[in-house]
Structures are given as structure tokens and as C-alpha cells.
Design a protein around this ligand. Sequence first.
Ligand code: ATP
Ligand code: MG
Length: 281
Amino acid sequence: MSFPPGNTAWPGNPGQAGAPTNPGAAAGAELLSISRLVKRFGAVEALSGVNLEVPAGKVTALIGDNGAGKSTLIKTISGIWEPDSGQMHWEGETVRIRGPRDATALGIATVYQDLALCDNLDIVQNMFLGREPRQAGLLNETKMEREAKETLSELSVTTVRSIRQTVGSLSGGQRQAVAVARAVMQNARLVIMDEPTAALGVAQTAMVLELIATLRSRGIAVLLISHNLNDVFQVADRIAVLYLGRMAAAGPISDFDTQSAVLAITTGSPTGSPSEQSETA
Ligand SMILES: Nc1ncnc2c1ncn2[C@@H]1O[C@H](COP(=O)(O)OP(=O)(O)OP(=O)(O)O)[C@@H](O)[C@H]1O
Ligand SMILES: [Mg+2]
């Protein structure tokens, strides 16, 4: 399915539940591949030659202790930091992401912990911020409302009372949902989430995990940073463990259990599939 430029509507027929947004990218196909990424901050080497595979239509959990380099890695993918060296491939093509615009143009959307939503604006205004459709010079409010509603319902976000509610009045989980819906409206192929459930209660966490599963069922890849292994084992297809700027272990979720994941996080000792370890060596 191709998206005409400027068309921010959720594509496809809402009746076809689970239809991938991009049938060209089969689940598991190569989407983002990173090799030997190095990022230094002065004398600190935050990333020391990191390899990472993020396949299409799968949830990859990025885990590791405080200071392991998780946020630095996703900020490099999102174009906030330029790496000192290393390569990034997007669907097999070498790419250089020099700024957030490059990342957005590829289809990478990042939902940061602070979310960067405007509390004083309503849901519709937040979802279209900076890309409002206009008609004869005026904001096309009807189109914005319709598309915002459609996207939220496609993502099965049903707890929001009114899309004209200010974002400041929403719960943490609902705010995450609005931020994710905004990413989806930008036709994201990869949604990166930094600790999306850290500040949430049980019900809201369940809602965000469901949202992640919905993104996957739509063919969108998710890179999820989380300290919560319950969340990780509930929703992830793959795990990548950073330890002091190195990829200590990576592989399908079936290669890990809580014990081996904790061991990799705390000692950097490799688990996961041997083929991926040799890549990360
Ligand atoms: N802007 C910066 N300037 C200097 N050093 C930085 C900067 N950002 C990160 N670092 C350093 O890089 C290393 C990795 O930090 P990073 O924030 O990526 O860790 P993290 O895995 O996200 O940790 P946490 O789980 O606590 O969020 C740390 O040693 C940190 O001090
Ligand atoms: Mg961090």
C-alpha cells in the first residue's frame, strides 16, 4: 500500500482488522540494522561498537542497567546524536541519519518518556501539531477530528472521553496512546518507546502493552526500552541487552528466561543465539 504525500489519514479499510499497513514488509523482514555503532561524549564511550537488528512487524525489547547506553542508542537512531562511527541500514540500504527530520522521513517515530505533548492543547491539536491540514488558509478542523478519531479507534483506544479534551487532563496511559497515535498518523514504520510504562499503574500498563501488540499486528516494528521484565516477556519477540555500551546478548525471546535476562543485564554475560553473539563480539 502506498501513501500519497501529505495524506495523514490512517490507510486502509478499518473493517480489515489486523491488516498490515505495509504488506511490502513481511513480519521479520529486515528493517533497521545497526553495526559497530560508536558514540562518545568526551572521554565517555557510551556506545562501543553496538550491533542491533530490528525486524519489521516485531517487538524488540532493549534492556540494560542504568547508564548502559539505551537512551543514547535510541537517540542516535532518532537523529538526536550523530554517531562517531558505525553503519545503519534501513531495508538493506545504507543510511545516514543526521537529524530528527531524516529519521521521520525514513518512518522512524520516537515516543520519549516526557512525551513532548502540549498539556494545554487538546488531543486533536497534539496529533496534528506542526502538520495541520488547511483549506483555503484555514485549519481543516473537520478533517483533523475525523482522522484523529479514526486513528484512535484503529488502535483500539476507547477510554478517551472526548478528542477535544486537553492532553493535560489525560491519564499517563492515555497520553502514551495519543503520542503513539501521532506517530502512527505520520506513517511510522518503526515506533521507538523509551520506558513507556515506567510511571503507569496496572490497568494503564496493560493498555500500553495492548497498544504495542496492535502496532505489531499492523506491521509496525516497535523498539521498546523497559526496565520491567514482566512487560518485556509479555510483549516482546526479541531481546537485546546492553551492558556498559556493548551488546551483551541478543536473540529471540525464546532464548531467554527471566534469570538469563537478569544475568545478562547485571554481568554482561552473553546468552541468546550464538550467531548473533558472534556479530556483537
Ligand atoms: N549528553 C551526555 N553527555 C555526557 N554523557 C552522557 C550524555 N548522555 C549520556 N551520557 C553517558 O552515556 C552513558 C549511557 O547513558 P544512557 O543515558 O544512554 O543510559 P541508559 O541505558 O539510558 O540508562 P537509564 O536506564 O538510566 O536511562 C552514561 O555513562 C551517561 O552518563
Ligand atoms: Mg535512559
